[in-house]
Design a protein around this ligand. Structure first.
Ligand SMILES: C[S@@+](CC[C@H](N)C(=O)[O-])C[C@H]1O[C@@H](n2cnc3c(N)ncnc32)[C@H](O)[C@@H]1O
Length: 375
């Protein structure tokens, strides 16, 4: 639970964020509206909706934060109008359609925390025709970076302190999306608009945005900075633009170049960013000036794939792993009559060496039952 507290205090204390959401809710929500708060965390956006006159909020979250949301609503006297759903929005079925869907799934680069698919799924399944959404759209911004700190993130595996056997990981670490709180001095090419994402529109699954950056000074070009300018409601915008005084100071994204290169003021650097709505993967290319080789990076190249990630031959017969068998065995004991203790006793009696100790077996049984039994 302490990780949940550490995470959510960050969201709740970002300068200006709560006020912008309250403003957007004020401009959007009508008294009596029904609301789905997607990834509600400790419930703060739903709380604002209730304060603004919502008649019902479903708060959905897949982390332990949902239990704090429940307690907060009890204490605030809203438990009759706020319903907590513990689990993924993608697996949630609501009892009725709502007037408003709301979330703050806005990542460092806007799209990079899965907001597109989250909103798309919720719009299609939870929202009444013509219902409202907060946020409504994202404008993505990109700039050039020259920063020792950022470079240190990308080439950390080459450092003296890293044992030699690990240095090869340098190749992978250029293909990672990092976060960084930029200052104006970290930028070597001025920000330009990269692309637009509209949550109300049926957009394709695949996004490819291209633009040209212009170096504002001579120096070393280390990669791309990315951030968002997000439309929460018609006249309410939220940004983490590091150059804007009204920034909510959420960090921005850093997408490294495979190899840093020198630029002169006025040089043009062509860049492209590609991503899918339904996948966390991001690919980016950077074309240095003067006809140098185009650099192609992708988080796919830093993804650790194991045999379990391989697509199995569809015709091949499958068998359960040890853990799979253990899970199936535990679930087979659930008959609508036995308690958790009785199930654990039975598992221990019939398969005592399922795991190395009685305690390990009891803990496994407890976690399987917690995940798969109705309460
Ligand atoms: C960025 S936090 C926002 C929390 C809160 N809405 C706020 O504005 O402060 C995102 C939350 O969404 C949850 N989450 C992420 N994806 C989810 C999903 N598909 N279904 C349910 N919860 C999700 C995470 O557990 C986390 O608590």
């Amino acid at each position: 639970m302490s990780a949940v507290l550490a995470e959510h205090i960050e969201y709740l204390t970002l300068p200006g964020r709560n006020a912008l959401y309250r403003q957007a809710i004020g401009a959007t929500l009508r008294p009596g509206d029904r609301v789905a708060d997607l990834g509600c965390g400790v419930g703060v956006l739903g709380l604002f909706c209730l304060e603004a006159g919502a008649s019902k909020v479903w708060g959905i979250d897949s982390s332990d934060a949902i239990h704090l949301a429940r307690e907060v609503m009890d204490r605030a006297g809203y438990s009759d109008r706020y319903e907590c759903i513990a689990g993924s929005t993608f697996r949630t079925v609501l009892p009725e359609q709502v007037d408003l869907i709301i979330c703050d799934h806005v990542g460092f680069f806007g799209f990079d925390y899965g907001i597109i698919q989250l909103m798309r799924d919720a719009r299609q399944r939870f929202l009444k025709p013509g219902g409202a959404m907060i946020p409504q759209a994202l404008d993505l911004m990109v700039a050039g970076v020259s920063s020792d700190d950022c470079l240190a993130k990308a080439d950390g595996w080459t450092r003296e302190s890293v044992p030699e056997q690990y240095r090869w990981l340098d190749r992978l670490s250029r293909n990672v999306r990092y976060s960084y709180p930029y200052a104006a001095a970290d930028l070597i090419a001025a920000p330009v608009a990269l692309g637009h994402v509209d949550f109300a529109a049926d957009e394709p699954d695949f996004y490819r945005f291209e633009t040209v950056l212009t170096a504002t000074r001579a120096g070393r070009f280390d990669g791309l900075a990315g951030w968002f300018d997000c439309r929460l409601a018609q006249d309410v915008r939220m940004t983490n633009n590091p150059l804007a005084p009204e920034s909510i100071r959420r960090s921005q994204a850093f997408l490294p170049a495979e190899e840093s290169f020198a630029v002169e003021a006025g040089d043009e650097i062509r860049v492209a960013v590609r991503f899918r709505a339904d996948d966390p993967m991001i690919s980016w290319t950077i074309q240095p000036p003067g006809g140098a080789k185009r650099q192609q990076m992708s988080t796919f190249n830093s993804t650790v794939l194991t045999p379990a990630d391989l697509v199995k031959e569809p015709g091949r017969p499958l068998s359960l792993s040890h853990e799979g068998k253990a899970r199936a065995f535990v679930l087979a004991q659930v008959d609508g009559q036995r308690s958790a203790d009785a199930i654990a006793d039975r598992v221990l009696a019939e398969w005592p060496d399922m795991f190395p100790s009685e305690q390990a077996v009891r803990e496994f049984v407890k976690s399987v039952l917690a995940h798969h039994c109705a309460v």
